[in-house]
Design a protein around this ligand. Structure first.
Ligand SMILES: [Zn+2]
Length: 132
């Protein structure tokens, strides 16, 4: 478990949240998004209400674009979208050291046939054994 979606309540007990829920900043209870409007092309206002009837907090939050992880296939040169810092881009691993050539543990498949070690190159003698 990555810990994603877990929050610590005031008593220290962690609670698993559904994806897409908002947490009330006052009581840490789930809050619902009651309305939303687009502030700019990259910022959206979320009008929220705490679902804890003992709290009843209503508040506005903003959802904003942070950075691009993988660029879109659609060209929008009018949008100046920042790229993610390299340490936040997932699934990119640094190249390892080059493999020694040739690798002594690999068979050569597409070049000339190489004799295999051991009895695998000898003709099977099961017929001779059966005839005897
Ligand atoms: Zn609340």
């Amino acid at each position: 478990m990555s810990g994603e979606g877990l929050i610590a309540n005031r008593n220290g007990v962690t609670t698993r949240l559904r994806r897409g829920t908002i947490v009330c900043p006052v009581c840490n209870h789930d809050a619902g998004i009651r309305d939303s409007d687009q502030e700019t092309e990259l910022v959206k206002n979320l009008w929220c209400m705490c679902l804890n009837i003992g709290c009843g907090h209503t508040f506005k939050m903003q959802l904003s674009f942070t950075y691009t992880i993988s660029p879109s296939a659609i060209s929008r040169p009018d949008l100046m979208l920042p790229q993610a810092p390299p340490e936040f881009v997932r699934h990119i691993y640094p190249a390892g050291p080059p493999a020694p050539l040739p690798d002594p543990n690999q068979l050569i498949l597409f070049d000339e046939a190489q004799p295999l070690p051991g009895k695998m190159n000898e003709p099977p003698d099961t017929c001779a054994a059966a005839a005897a």
